[in-house]
Design a protein around this ligand. Structure first.
Ligand SMILES: Nc1ncnc2c1ncn2[C@@H]1O[C@H](COP(=O)(O)OP(=O)(O)OP(=O)(O)O)[C@@H](O)[C@H]1O
Ligand SMILES: Cc1cn([C@H]2C[C@H](O)[C@@H](COP(=O)(O)O)O2)c(=O)[nH]c1=O
Length: 216
C-alpha cells in the first residue's frame, strides 16, 4: 500500500511545527501511522548538514553552496526516511521541503526559482509531495512569534533582514500562483485552532478517498 507525503511551508514562525504536531496526534488517533519530520534534518546526515547551514557564525556561506547543501540534505532525507515510510503506507508530514529552497534560495537570495528547481529536480527525482500546505504570515508577525518563543534557537537564516523575509513571502506567493495544482495557501495569522481546522479539512479531503500518491 502506498501512503501520503504532505509538506508544510511558510516564513519563520508561521506555525508549521505547531500544526504538524497537532495533526500527527489527530491522524494517529484516527488509526494512521504517521511520520513527522523536518527539513533540513530528519535523519543523522541531514541534521549534520543542517548544523552547518544554520550555524550563525557561517556568515560567509555562498548562496549556491547554501542551495546545494539544502538539496543534499533533502536527497538523503528522502531516500533514507521519506520514501520508505510512504512505501509502507504511512503518512509523512514534512516541515519544509523543495518549496523552501525555491522561496528562500531561488527568490529571496536571487539565485532564480528555475535554477534552484533544476538542482532540486536532480535531488528529488520526481518525488514531489502529494500536497503542500503553505502557511501565509506577515514575516514581521512570524518573527515576533519566534523571538517570543524562549525554547526556539535563533539560527543564521532567522537573522536575515526583514526585507529578506518579506522577499521569502513574496517568493512563496509566486509559487502558490504558479504551482496551484499542488500548493494550497492558508491564512496563518488566524488562531491556532482555526488554522488547524482548515489544515485538517484539506488533509481529510486528500486522504478520504485513499488515492495513491503519484510521484511522476
Ligand atoms: N496561529 C498562531 N497564532 C499565534 N501564535 C502561534 C500560532 N501558530 C504558532 N504560534 C506560536 O508561534 C511560535 C512559532 O510557531 P511554530 O514553531 O509552530 O512555527 P514554525 O512555522 O514551525 O516556525 P519556524 O519554521 O520558523 O521554526 C510558537 O511559539 C507558537 O506557539
Ligand atoms: C528546507 C529549507 C529551509 N530553509 C531555511 C528556512 C529556515 O530559515 C531554516 C530552517 O529552520 P526551521 O526553524 O526548521 O524552519 O532554513 C531554506 O532556506 N531552504 C530550504 O530548502
Amino acid at each position: 500500500m502506498v501512503g501520503y507525503f504532505f509538506s508544510f511551508e511558510g516564513p519563520e514562525g508561521a506555525g508549521k511545527t505547531t500544526i504538524i504536531s497537532m495533526l500527527e496526534n489527530f491522524l494517529t488517533e484516527k488509526g494512521w501511522e504517521v511520520v513527522a519530520t523536518r527539513e533540513p534534518g530528519g535523519i543523522d546526515i541531514a541534521e549534520e548538514i543542517r548544523a552547518i547551514i544554520l550555524n550563525p557564525s557561517h556568515q560567509k556561506m555562498d548562496g549556491r553552496t547554501e542551495a546545494l547543501l539544502y538539496a543534499a540534505a533533502r536527497r538523503q532525507h528522502l531516500v533514507e526516511k521519506i520514501i520508505p515510510a510512504i512505501e509502507s503506507g504511512k503518512i509523512v508530514l514534512c516541515d519544509r521541503f523543495i518549496d523552501s529552497s525555491l522561496a528562500y534560495q531561488g527568490f529571496a537570495r536571487g539565485l532564480g526559482i528555475d535554477e534552484v528547481l533544476s538542482i532540486n529536480q536532480f535531488a528529488i527525482d520526481g518525488y514531489f509531495p502529494s500536497l503542500t500546505i503553505y502557511f501565509d504570515i506577515d514575516p514581521k508577525i512570524g518573527l515576533e512569534r519566534i523571538y517570543n518563543n524562549q525554547q526556539r534557537e535563533i539560527n543564521r537564516l532567522d537573522k536575515e533582514s526583514l526585507p529578506f523575509h518579506n522577499k521569502v513571502r513574496q517568493g512563496y506567493l509566486q509559487l502558490v500562483e504558479r504551482f496551484s495544482h499542488r500548493i494550497i495557501r492558508i491564512d496563518a495569522s488566524k488562531s491556532i485552532d482555526e488554522v488547524f481546522a482548515e489544515t485538517v479539512a484539506i488533509i481529510i479531503g486528500k486522504i478520504g478517498g485513499r488515492e495513491k500518491t503519484s510521484f511522476h
